[in-house]
Design a protein around this ligand. Structure first.
Ligand SMILES: Nc1nc(=O)c2c([nH]1)NC[C@@H]1CN(c3ccc(C(=O)N[C@@H](CCC(=O)O)C(=O)O)cc3)CN21
Ligand SMILES: CC(C)C(=O)C(=O)O
Ligand SMILES: [Mg+2]
Length: 271
């Protein structure tokens, strides 16, 4: 045991107890050391190293191109910053679908090489075997249902999912499959609030919503979106708490002006 004073860490058990106590779970993404330091100190419960890094960090159109090595780089940077939050890492597209042995190897690499606490996989019944195998190895798994962006070319659009009865019915089955397989929590992305309430009430494991309404046990947003860094991305579910694009743009303009005018550095800013 360390003799240093440490904050009490959030575990997968803490997250599950929060649902039992009716305490909401706050989750945000982070992809690097600096941001994760701020987010952790802000009192967040769960930090997701999302494959949305493909969009917001690397500038790709979709989450599909990001690799397992790149996810591990982001995750290791985040883990080095975090003292309190539970760190969950997305398994990227192609690292788990259709092959449970490969899924387990991918999850093991994330745990070993980044020091993260859990992994997240998109899908229900289709990935049951992979989820079971990873959990059997002692690795906690978070599920992800509804709008699963790794399947964007199957959906064709980023519009709300499970509005029709058949897809809603499958989602209700899928969340039971994930609970049965041993997932400690499930993300619900862009589904009707009424359906999210129904499935949240139907399971013991906490649901964490993004565009899934107020009845989920927790909420998640992409940090870059909620602080106003992703210009032009304003879906209805997003609450923007800052406009950092404007702030940083203004700072850059001031710096350029100062340098061009010879006003930076001044006498006190040199040796
Ligand atoms: N920056 C960022 N934020 C996210 O929330 C996010 C990512 N990237 N990348 C991975 C997934 C993809 N997600 C997305 C992607 C697009 C919309 C979107 O464009 N929504 C619009 C249009 C939907 C439509 O076509 O009808 C909206 O108004 O909700 C929403 C969530 C959520 N995730
Ligand atoms: C939007 C969240 C749930 C996610 O999966 C991501 O950021 O990759
Ligand atoms: Mg993701």
């Amino acid at each position: 045991m360390s003799v240093h004073k440490e904050v009490k860490r959030i575990t997968t058990n803490t997250i599950q107890e929060m649902k039992q106590k009716g305490e909401k779970i706050a989750m945000l993404t982070s992809y690097d050391y600096s941001m994760a330091t701020i987010v952790d100190e802000g009192g967040i419960d769960v930090i997701l190293v999302g494959d949305s890094a493909s969009n917001v960090m690397a500038g790709h159109e979709t989450t599909l191109p990001i690799t397992l090595d790149q996810m591990i780089y982001h995750a290791a940077s985040v883990v080095r910053a975090v003292k309190r939050a539970l760190v969950v890492v997305d398994l990227p597209f192609g690292s788990y679908q259709g092959n449970s042995k490969e899924a387990l190897n991918s999850a093991i690499r994330i745990m070993k090489e980044s020091g993260a606490h859990a992994v997240k996989l998109e899908g229900g019944l289709e990935i049951r075997e992979s989820v079971e195998r990873i959990i059997t190895a002692g690795i906690p798994v978070m599920g992800h249902l509804g709008l699963t962006p790794q399947s964007i070319y199957k959906f064709g659009t980023y519009t709300v999912r499970a509005k029709e009865e058949a897809e809603a019915e499958k989602l209700k089955q899928d969340i039971l499959v994930l609970q049965e397989a041993g997932c400690f929590s499930v993300v619900l992305e862009k589904i009707p609030a009424k359906l999210a309430k129904e499935v949240t009430d139907s399971v013991k494991i906490p649901t964490i919503g993004i565009g899934a309404g107020q009845h989920c046990d927790g909420q998640v947003l992409v940090i870059n979106d909620m602080i106003g860094l992703t210009k032009g991305f304003k879906p209805r579910f997003l609450r923007q708490y800052l406009n950092l694009f404007e702030e940083i743009n203004g700072a850059v303009q001031s710096y350029v002006k100062d340098v061009k005018a010879g006003g930076f550095p001044n006498e006190k800013e040199q040796y």
